[in-house]
Design a protein. Structure first.
Length: 148
């Protein structure tokens, strides 16, 4: 199969805030500029923020993650630990809104990872996973059985 890009379209409550978060804080280059939307290169993938305040899910719905409080409806990126640390520092330095500050999860397993969740300030939760080898995000632990 040839190379592919993931595409995600989502609602935001404020396009200027979306441009600040995705463009300035995350350093995702903005693409096309059309009325009512903003296209970004989200770590190599195509995302489109549409100005649609009534369609923002935000904190509605349940949370996942045990001690962490990540909204079930979120999206994000899996990256190297080095890139994760850079994004975390930049988010902190530029005053991003934290949902979950960086923490180490699944310690001692092949899927050990750093995890953090940010709010884009427009009603969306963005999760970041940092792994030594990003392919390990697919690894199955010995005690995990297939669930039907």
């Amino acid at each position: 199969m040839s190379a592919t890009l993931f595409h995600f379209s989502f609602a935001v409550s404020d396009l200027d805030q979306a441009r600040r978060f995705y463009g300035e804080i995350l350093q995702c280059p903005e693409g096309r500029k059309l009325k009512g939307r903003a296209d970004f290169n989200f770590f190599g993938h195509h995302i489109v923020a549409h100005l649609a305040p009534d369609d923002v899910v935000g904190d509605k719905g349940r949370k996942i993650g045990g001690a962490l409080s990540t909204p079930l409806r979120h999206f994000g990126v899996v990256m190297t630990l080095e890139d994760f640390r850079k994004v975390a520092k930049r988010a902190d330095d530029l005053g991003a809104i934290w949902i979950n500050r960086p923490s180490n999860t699944q310690q001692g397993t092949i899927r050990e990872q750093m995890l953090m969740t940010l709010s884009d300030g427009c009603g969306n939760a963005i999760e970041f996973k940092g792994l030594t080898d990003i392919a390990n995000v697919y690894a199955v632990k010995d005690n995990e059985a297939a669930v039907a």
